[in-house]
Design a protein around this ligand. Structure first.
Ligand code: CU
Length: 496
């Protein structure tokens, strides 16, 4: 195990140490050196012949996450991460994606209901120097979705280096809510990603068996590509759309003064009514849409609290807690002394959801998540074949499930492993019916594309496949801990 990889003292503070196994994310004031908050550039494309056209370039770059240290990165139209694409429901979009990376990649449209051939999964490889141009009509309701690499066995590494970006969809209903929606002013996107670094500033991705097993947890949290930035709030009422873009880390988000905020949306769009909360759990790939009142003009820190990982259940949770993966740490500082009053507000009623009756479902599909534990795993040189769905690891040549278009299925997701897994299903926004007999938490109560199931627990979800079918090309369903996905915890689903 490498243990020499620590940052030069003084680069970031007195104890800027980043080596595997370090128990603390920050043991000093991470905000001592003020770094500006970065808003990803907004890109609304150009309408040509009735299509909203975007041009993306997957490219290599460099970032200076630490002053004086260069990090080799990859990004989309930028050195790291990509622009926030924005379109309206029913827009027909076309995205020209050029791959200038020097190696294969893909771009997957996470959360979209779209044709399988446009999905951007492992079957839609974009070869180096070539252009892939998926096009489809946007069917999703207003929501913040995202796009990222989904190359077989390489998703974790490519997302870690920077291949991800946001996609905001608007619709008439969402634009009529009067919620804050001025991008970068009172409607702020936040991509959370934890990272480890070597002493030369380079990213340090998987280097040990435990990192494969538990997923890679970093000692620094990037907020839109900046470590512990300070945001100067421009309005008293601020909306934050937060993506957990981390490879494996769970967050339990809240504010340092324990102030309450209103949850207005989840993965797949707005809730029917806002819910007042003081903490919210976010699994990898999940999103929350929250509105926070800053009219007291006080400085506040967005933090992650202990309790993000279910340590009470499961040996791995206890191990992860012991390794410092589950602790309190700072993410983002917000200063609001210059915030101005505005006309936006949070209405008592947001949007309406259709009523789905579980009795309408055509059947129950059993999904069992498993990890091969112990020495058998340690002895393997490859990370493959240690992670399973229904006893099988991912095979591009095997179809694991066939679902009917225009029908609901109930998925019974059973976690038979000692750690939590966020299961993501392509081409759908589903509803969680129950998790181990309890109702979904508010952050799980809306439309979802990722459900987190704790160790030895069972989730029931109601899954529609509404718009597209393809007899040959499958969609993926997989754990969104990217090292688990790359290690085999993925299956293939046809919608016919
Ligand atoms: Cu997993």
């Amino acid at each position: 195990m490498q243990r020499r990889n620590f940052l030069v003292a003084g680069v970031l503070g007195t104890a800027g140490v980043a080596f595997f196994g370090a128990k603390s994310l920050y043991s000093y004031d991470i905000f001592e050196q003020e770094r500006d908050f970065a808003v990803p550039p907004l890109y609304e494309g150009e309408v040509k012949n009735g299509k909203r056209v975007f041009n993306l370039n997957l490219q290599r770059g460099q970032m200076e996450f630490f002053k004086g240290l260069k990090t080799e990165t990859i990004g989309i139209n930028a050195p790291f991460l990509g622009p926030t694409l924005r379109a309206k429901k029913d827009d027909f979009i076309k995205v020209n994606i050029k791959n200038s990376l020097g190696y294969d990649s893909t771009i997957h449209w996470h959360g979209f209901e779209l044709p399988a051939r446009m999905d951007g999964g492992p079957h839609q490889v974009i070869k180096n120097s070539s252009i892939w141009s998926p096009e489809f009509a946007i069917k999703n309701r207003a929501s913040m979705l995202w796009y990222h690499s989904h190359l077989l066995h390489q998703t974790g590494a490519q997302v870690y280096k920077g291949l991800a970006g946001l996609f905001i969809i608007d619709d008439d209903e969402s634009l009529n809510t009067n919620l804050p929606n001025e991008y970068g002013v009172d409607d702020i996107p936040i991509v959370l990603q934890d990272r480890n670094f070597n002493s030369d500033g380079s990213f340090r991705y998987v280097s040990s068996m435990p990192e494969n097993m538990m997923g890679v947890h970093g000692n620094y949290v990037l907020v839109n590509g900046v470590i512990a930035p300070t945001l100067k709030a421009k309005k008293k009422l601020m909306r934050f759309r937060i993506l957990n873009g981390s490879n494996a880390r769970y967050y339990l988000l809240g504010f340092s003064d324990n102030r309450k905020f209103k949850l207005v949306g989840t993965d797949g769009g707005l809730l029917e009514k806002p819910v007042k909360l003081s903490q919210i759990k976010l699994a990898p790939a999940q999103r929350v849409d929250i509105v926070v009142d800053m009219s007291d003009a006080k400085d506040v820190v967005l933090k992650s609290y202990k309790g993000a990982i279910s340590q009470s259940r499961g040996m791995m949770g206890m191990m992860m807690g012991g390794m410092g993966f589950d602790r309190e740490f700072d993410i983002l500082k917000i200063k609001s002394k210059d915030a101005k009053a505005g006309s936006a507000k949070v209405p008592a009623n947001l949007v309406q959801h259709p009523v789905w009756n579980p009795k309408e479902a055509v059947g129950v599909r059993n999904i069992t998540l498993q990890i091969r534990m112990g020495m058998g795993m340690m002895n393997r040189s490859s990370r493959d074949d240690n992670f399973f769905i229904n006893g099988k690891s991912m095979d591009m040549n095997r179809i694991d499930a066939i679902a009917k278009k225009d029908a609901f299925e109930i998925w019974k997701v059973v976690n038979k492993s000692p750690m939590a897994h966020p299961l993501h299903i392509h081409n759908t926004q589903f509803k969680i019916l129950s998790i181990n007999g309890r109702l979904p938490y508010p952050s799980e109560s809306g439309f979802m594309d990722t459900v987190s199931v704790d160790p030895m627990q069972i989730a029931y979800i109601m899954v529609p496949f509404k718009y597209y079918s393809d007899a040959k090309v499958p969609y993926m369903f997989h754990c969104h801990i990217l090292e688990h996905e790359d290690g085999g915890m993925m299956g293939q689903l046809l919608v016919t």
